[in-house]
Design a protein around this ligand. Structure first.
Ligand code: 3PG
Length: 418
């Protein structure tokens, strides 16, 4: 397929600042399409099973709309070295059930087995490749041109006619599957990207000050990177900290004085200290936390934390204080769970702050798979204005950062215009 194959239909997804192409804009009937989705799902550490199906259900929407093509799906799952770094077999079973038709599983990414499966696909058939992060390159960031020269892209691109980018939660990663294929072939947005951008545009129209951002979870670096821009762009008048990121700020505020065991810890703590001095009245830190004590939850003041006690949740005084701020906010955005809610002993912080959001009159946005799973568990999902599939990517998007996936979509659209 070359660019002359473009149908000329008017691009029909309007996002905040630009238009982008979608499935109807590319002539992909009977063609082989690489569909990059994000089916990265929280995994139960004990059973190794998928904990929820939200991102897989969202991916299914685009797969269904590509039923006139041969669809090769790529996704990552987890991060190297973590419990959630597993293959995609369970995802293919879940997707098969949702679609009501067999999704083939390659058990390979770009080797002979995968190529054979891709070449034998018939129109309407769907093949899922294995966890793209099983290849080293998919764990690294590249410029689009360099990504197009990676082994992953070089081995596969000639088997694809077009690329559909739908991995909104991975929009902030310049990985080969996001920016490499799209550099070489006609590329458009999938349904989830369109849906998220539309919802976020509508949210932007109704959201009002004061803005409160609640940050938790284990992914510190992305969130730290984005806080500055969120505050500067008036998207975070108050920042309520929980989880590992709270430990970084507690250390920066000298409320704890031992190593918290993070890569680049010194750098992160220095950055947190800088942010607190630049924006002195913005950050709220936990007053108390919950720790393990003889298999039970025990709450202690932050001042009693020591290198041998690990905090797994915020404590009741912190929950009260944060809930009050949430209820008096015009807009509340939460990214990353406040505690290890998968363990019922440490679910209180997550449940109570989510309930405060659900009962607030402000506009509410929840970000990421873990919080979406928590909302399902507590039965309050419908009370939240927008539940985004994205975690770190959404924080960066709201902060106004340029995201590689959006740039890849823009690039192809601009190429066509030329
Ligand atoms: C997410 O869950 O935020 C996305 O799947 C991206 O995952 P990553 O932070 O491991 O790149």
């Amino acid at each position: 397929m070359d660019h002359k194959g473009y149908t000329g239909a008017s691009p029909n997804v309007i996002c905040c600042t630009h238009q982008m192409l979608t499935i109807e804009d590319l002539p992909i009937k009977g063609k082989t399409v690489f569909l990059r989705v994000d089916m990265n799902t929280p995994i139960d550490p004990l059973s190794c099973k998928l904990m929820e199906l939200n991102r897989i259900q969202e991916a299914a929407v685009t797969v269904r709309d590509l039923s006139a093509s041969k669809v090769v799906i790529g996704s990552h799952q987890g991060r190297v070295g973590r419990d959630d770094y597993i293959g995609m077999e369970q995802h293919s079973e879940a997707l098969s059930k949702i679609l009501g038709k067999k999704v083939k599983f390659a058990n390979d990414i770009f080797g002979p087995a995968a190529i054979r499966e891709i070449e034998s696909l018939q129109t309407g058939e769907v093949l899922l490749l294995d966890n793209l992060r099983f290849t080293a390159e998919e764990n690294m960031e590249f410029s689009p041109e360099a990504a197009s020269k990676t082994v992953l892209v070089q081995k596969l691109h000639s088997h694809f006619d077009a690329c559909v980018l739908d991995a909104f939660p991975t929009a902030h990663r310049a990985h080969p599957s996001i920016v490499g294929f799209s550099y070489l072939m006609p590329t458009c947005a999938g349904r989830l990207v369109s849906k998220e951008l539309k919802a976020l545009k509508n949210i932007a129209l109704v959201s009002k000050a004061p803005f409160t951002t609640v940050l938790g979870g284990a992914k510190v670096t992305d969130r730290l990177e984005a806080i500055d821009t969120l505050i500067a762009n008036k998207k975070a008048d108050r920042v309520l900290l929980c989880g590992l990121i709270a430990s970084v700020f507690l250390k920066a505020a000298r409320k704890i004085d031992y190593d918290i065991g993070l890569d680049k810890e010194q750098q992160l703590v220095g950055r947190a200290a800088g942010l607190m001095s630049d924006y002195p009245d913005t950050f709220e830190l936990p007053i108390d936390v919950a720790i393990h004590s003889n298999g039970e939850r025990k709450e202690i003041p932050v001042s009693e934390l020591n290198p041998h006690t690990k905090s797994f949740d915020i404590g009741s005084s912190t929950i009260d204080h944060y809930s009050r701020i949430i209820r008096s906010s015009g807009t509340v955005f939460m990214s990353g769970p406040p505690g290890l809610f998968e363990d019922p002993k440490f679910g209180l912080g997550t449940e109570m702050l989510l309930r405060a959001m659900a009962s607030s009159f402000g506009t509410t946005i929840i970000s990421g798979g873990h919080l979406s799973a928590a909302l399902e568990r507590f039965g309050i999902k419908e009370w939240i204005d927008h539940v985004s599939t994205a975690g770190g990517a959404l924080v960066l998007f709201l902060a106004g950062k340029h995201l590689p996936l959006m740039e890849a979509l823009d690039r192809y659209e601009a190429k066509l215009k030329k």
